[in-house]
Design a protein around this ligand. Sequence first.
Ligand code: SF4
Ligand code: SF4
Length: 242
Amino acid sequence: MARRLVGFHVLRGMGVTLKTFCETYPWGRAVLRVLRIPSTNGLVTIEYPEVKQQHSERFRYFPFLVYDGTPDDLRCVACKICEQECPPQCIHIVMEKDAQGRPVKVHGRTLPAQFDIDMSICMSCRICVDVCPFDAIEMDNAYELSASDRFEHMLFDKQRLLKSNEYFQQIKPTEASEVDQRLAAKQKKTAAPAQAQPASAAPSSPPAAPPGAGPAAPPTGRTPGPQPTGPPRAPQSPPPGA
Ligand code: SF4
Ligand code: SF4
């Protein structure tokens, strides 16, 4: 039985080869049309580099950093999660800090001063993309990167890694649109409490203590707050950008 199965699969494989051979030539495609066998362009080689193969959206090569709008509007906040998770340890990140050593913020976010990936070590595993909580790093499908000098040409710095979200939408429309939707939903979620804050922080008189009641109990929660018997709190100003 097993022998018969092996024979069947050998014949099946030869059939695929024959079909691909026929698909490669106009006469062969005509024969397949007459036999009503669905066919495609069976060419297995192309005249590279003049002709380039169209890759599927899932094709991936090396990672790149995504920015929205202008290159200073990086999604990356230099959290270093990808650096820690990268199996061959080919990512190196340094956060942007001021003279006092405090993180610098641009567009309300911290950012990397240095972000390098050694592409000669990268194994295109995509783990950095999967672990990034900010959808700041994605896989590129540019593959013509051969170079004779590994250190000069294959060590990508931040400037070389930066690519726009429009580029991402162009090379991987399905994935980019999923990411855009996810980010829009996240933004909506964080914007909602920020807008609700001024209303909830409206001035209100503290509840009057019943006559004869002892000193008010301290407020509960992680951060000790003022005693409820104090003067009414001034309304909090809404956070910038709310
Ligand atoms: S790419 Fe993502 S995971 Fe890596 S440092 Fe930037 S924000 Fe963090
Ligand atoms: S694709 Fe894999 S190997 Fe390459 S930088 Fe990302 S985590 Fe590291």
